[in-house]
Design a protein around this ligand. Sequence first.
Ligand SMILES: Cc1cc2nc3c(=O)[nH]c(=O)nc-3n(C[C@H](O)[C@H](O)[C@H](O)COP(=O)(O)OP(=O)(O)OC[C@H]3O[C@@H](n4cnc5c(N)ncnc54)[C@H](O)[C@@H]3O)c2cc1C
Length: 554
Amino acid sequence: MTESEFDVVVIGAGSTGTAVARDCAIRGLKTILLERDDIASATVGTCAGMISSGLKYSSEPEIMALCSREVVHLNRIARHIIMKNPILAPLLDLSDAASDSSYVDSYSEHAEERDVPSMLFLTPDASLEIEPSLHQDIIASVYYEEFFLDPFRLCLLQALDAKRHGAKVRTYCEVIDIETDPEHGVKGIVFYDRASGVKDRVTTRFIVNATGPWAHKIAKQADVGLAIRLNKGAHVIFDRRIVNVGITVKAIDGRWIYLFPHENTTLLGTTALDTWEDPDTLVASFDEIEYLLQSIETVLPSIRKARIIRTMSGVRPLVPEWKIPEGKVTRGYQIIDHESTDGLKGLISFTGGKLVMCRDMAEAVTDLICKKIGLEVACTTHEKPLPGNEDDVDVLALSKEYGISLHALERMRARRGTEMLKVLELTKEHPQWKTTICTCEPVIEAEIRYAIREEFPKTLNDLRRRLRLGTGPCQGTFCTYKAAAILSEELDLGGDDFLVDILDFRSERWKGIRPSMRGEQLAQEELAQGMYACVANLDQSDVDYDLKPWEEGL
Ligand SMILES: Cc1cc2nc3c(=O)[nH]c(=O)nc-3n(C[C@H](O)[C@H](O)[C@H](O)COP(=O)(O)OP(=O)(O)OC[C@H]3O[C@@H](n4cnc5c(N)ncnc54)[C@H](O)[C@@H]3O)c2cc1C
């Protein structure tokens, strides 16, 4: 095979696409992963990162069993990036518990498999001891535990593992055409490299369309149809961990919503609205934010005193079931083999699914491809550790050895497990790289340099996804310039690129900040604007913002 011939092209580097590329590469298929933006830059990056027991889907026992299995697999292959969150569902009256208690049994049925206790009922006193800010009138609460991970890291680790097994990973490469012929089906794919501005083409036997809410658009490039139900979800993000445990409650419409401590922040989510909007331009609405705040306020009366820093929205690419509310649509996934549905050999699409089941989705599609070409190689993705999960790390000893704060090193460990040893190695030759660049997270200079060299970021936004840099209370106000300077040095960027990148980062943050602006956030935003405009003169900048190659052409 030549450089540009592949067995499989995977389109989309969200949770699904990176998992597929990993499985295909491990099984020896020559694979390329094409992503029009950055890894995990779309739906998966807007999700809560819950690798759930499937509790919300207790009417689908097979989905609950699948979720439970995948929690076990992920705890094996990605244990270094997984956290367990205790959760309380406070009850204000008995109807909250009595309307449907089947979920208690469904959850507990698989609890042992996931190594968590069965669901428990707690007294008001016990509940308030765990979370004193709960409403004082609660009559009891339900206690359970769920696992969470950083979705950006999971996707990155899957992509890195795919690369280690021989796959090519190309970010900022947008697929613009699928070439087919009636006899052979798919032949090749044309893509536009948004960083270099060059069009390219590769040939392939199979295309896996893992583009989430854009899947129907990719199908159209091959002249086939694909039905999908798009459903918008929004989160409100608070500046710190404002609760000791996760809280779940029923909203005004009877849907369960949640407030989860997430990394160094807290997430309040989520809404669920059928949508026909462009997934690229979505922002949270005033109604969505009020829906979430009012709902959680019923059990957490002080919620409005907490500081919201931003919102984030994404679109669930659901299976296209009609005439039922969103909550009743299956959370399972469909694999559409367009050879069976449209007579087009080689194109396979996904609809539905969730982050928690991405590995299983990948196994199913890779099994299908292997079967079609008569390759008998068993799936091993549920056993092989992801990069960084090879061993335990003694963070305390490392803190003493390198003279770096325990907090900074613990956060680094949670991002990269044993890979942190390679980051620390860099500081032996460059002790000055121990400097903290992002104080909210925190992130030291050596980790930024390591991420730039090993994890293919091209912009500040990509660095944010790798390191959570700029996601804390100051939203990048104090680290953007420093990180941009390091990025420029490492990637040899020119002056305009440097400023365009900072403006890009700001406008991306602004998308989420603007809808949430109220209360204290207004003053904070004034400060941030002041820093950029007055200190850095960005409002006077004569940068030609249209200079970026990916905004030209196509
Ligand atoms: C608000 C919200 C909360 C959620 N919470 C959870 C949760 O807690 N747990 C859970 O398990 N699931 C959750 N989900 C569901 C989960 O996020 C999604 O099911 C899953 O992340 C979808 O991943 P994906 O890879 O299929 O799609 P995406 O992440 O959208 O990836 C598709 C990729 O395709 C790329 N692409 C599109 N067009 C092209 C093209 N022409 N060329 C190249 N690339 C292209 C996009 O840029 C994108 O990166 C949530 C979803 C939402 C919206």
